[in-house]
Design a binder for this molecule. Structure first.
Ligand code: ARG
Length: 458
């Protein structure tokens, strides 16, 4: 005999396979505390409106408090036969308090209940993720200040382009994360409306007070349309889109960390506690954490596509398809949160091989643009200057030397406009210090930007 809450209409119990096929409690039990919170607000509101007596309300609240303890302490008797988190809790409530428990579902449906639970869950999850983002950002700002003077090659096409400071590169990462943090705040703001009262789809004939339940649960307002309330999963999609973009950013950082930690680059040393060894090659120290972050970005992208595809064919209003929204959403939350934790712990703890960074910038004709700019200041048109420096670089490549290593006479073969003062602009430090404007790579700018970013975070 099924323990279901709807046996009245049916002439035979649910098929055993269908029971298993349709159960969701093995994953939606994660929403239990939010479900209880929603039920408490609903019961209080019903009593306020005279739909429940005060005695019934008190019995329900007491029963729910006991259930909360069971959940928190891991003693709650979850049953897959009761399908989902809602029916497990309601069934348990009636077991604990009797008749009054059967009245809790007045003026409510699992459809508005689940829409509320998921929003409450995601609101908390966003707060946690944004805190973790901010922690990582603070770590990057410290690292940026520590390495404000460290010169490294900046790349385009992964070819040495112009010298930049390591600090400036860290601030580029921090900008990506700041946009991610804003996107999540935006998503939170839009999801913070309360679906309770939409009931199954059309609302309810009971004299409910939707403003009261919305306020009690910390929502900004009740949702405006009951059909939309139970069928909308935009907020979950928005979160997954923001999460997937943030994971894409983390994945790009991971890629750079992996490259930089390789002996060929040798720019950084990752702390041993964040690396792993090889079961066969004794010399290996592998950047697995960064690689896993890069790999896990694929999960977040999969979660987003799964949700978009889940929704695209659904007519209004609620369809059971929606039960499939939880696993990808939970996965996106967990994946993003863990990736942020890993990087917030690991990245600020890396050490920079400053000599190697400088060496790599020095070896790559990184100041060729500075030489062209110098010629422009001597009155040469930029296009001509570009040509002149191109020829000088070709000469230096063949001679196996870098530009500052060429003598003055050697340089003057390419342009008589070159004078002794050219060496000042050919140095790496001169090059980065000259880019001293908003958004530029000069150490002074890095320090100013780090300070401004810290104020935005506060
Ligand atoms: N487990 C369901 C879900 O996740 C809860 C709502 C079920 N509603 C229904 N009419 N079967 O969406």
């Amino acid at each position: 005999p099924g323990q279901q809450l709807w046996t009245g209409r049916f002439s035979e119990p649910t098929d055993a396979f269908v029971e298993r096929f349709s159960a969701s409690v093995h994953f939606d039990a994660r929403l239990a505390l939010y479900d209880i919170q929603g039920s408490e607000a609903h019961a209080r509101m019903l009593a306020e409106r005279g739909v429940l007596t005060e005695a019934e309300r008190d019995a329900i609240l007491q029963g729910l408090a006991g259930i909360r303890e069971e959940v928190v302490e891991g003693r709650f008797p979850w049953s897959p036969r009761l399908e989902d988190v809602h029916m497990n809790i309601e069934h348990r409530l009636t077991e604990r308090i009797g008749e009054a428990g059967k009245k809790l579902h007045t003026g409510r449906s699992r459809n508005d209940q689940i829409a509320t639970d998921v929003r409450l869950f995601l609101r908390d999850a966003i707060d946690t993720v944004r805190d973790e983002l901010a922690r990582f950002q603070h770590g990057l700002l410290e690292l940026a200040e520590r390495e404000a003077e460290t010169v490294m090659p900046g790349f385009t096409h992964l070819q040495v382009a112009q010298p930049v400071t390591f600090g400036h590169h860290m601030l580029a990462w921090q900008e990506m994360l700041e946009r991610d943090r804003e996107r999540l705040a935006d998503c939170r703001r839009r999801l913070n409306q309360c679906p309770l009262g939409a009931a199954a789809l059309a609302g309810t004939s009971f004299p409910i007070d939707r403003e009261a339940t919305a306020a009690a649960l910390g929502f900004d307002a009740p949702t405006r349309n009951s059909l939309d309330s139970v069928s909308d999963r935009d907020f979950a999609i928005e979160f997954c889109a923001a999460a997937s973009l943030c994971m894409t950013h983390l994945s790009r950082m991971a890629e750079e960390l992996v490259l930089w930690a390789s002996p060929q680059f040798g720019f950084i040393e990752l702390p041993d506690r964040f690396c792993t060894g090889s079961s066969i090659m004794p010399q290996k120290k592998n950047p697995d954490v960064a690689e896993l972050v890069r790999g896990k970005a694929a999960r977040a992208q999969g979660d987003l596509v799964q949700l978009l595809t889940l929704m695209k064919g659904q007519p209004l209003a609620y369809n059971r398809d929606n039960q499939e929204d939880k696993e990808p959403l939970f996965d996106a939350v967990d994946t993003l949160r863990d990736a942020l934790t890993a990087f917030a712990d690991m990245v600020p703890a890396l050490s920079v091989h400053r000599d190697r960074c400088r060496e790599a910038a020095r070896a790559g004709f990184a100041t060729a643009t500075d030489l062209a700019d110098y010629l422009v200041r001597q009155g040469v048109a930029f296009r001509d200057a570009h040509e002149v420096v191109g020829r000088a670089v070709r000469y230096a490549v063949e001679a196996g030397r870098d530009l500052p290593e060429l003598g003055l006479e050697e340089l003057q073969q390419f342009s008589p406009a070159i004078g002794e003062d050219v060496y000042a602009v050919l140095t790496l430090d001169g090059s980065v210090a000259a880019r001293d404007h908003v958004g530029g790579t000069a150490p002074a700018q890095v320090r100013a930007q780090a300070q401004a970013a810290r104020e935005r975070l506060a």
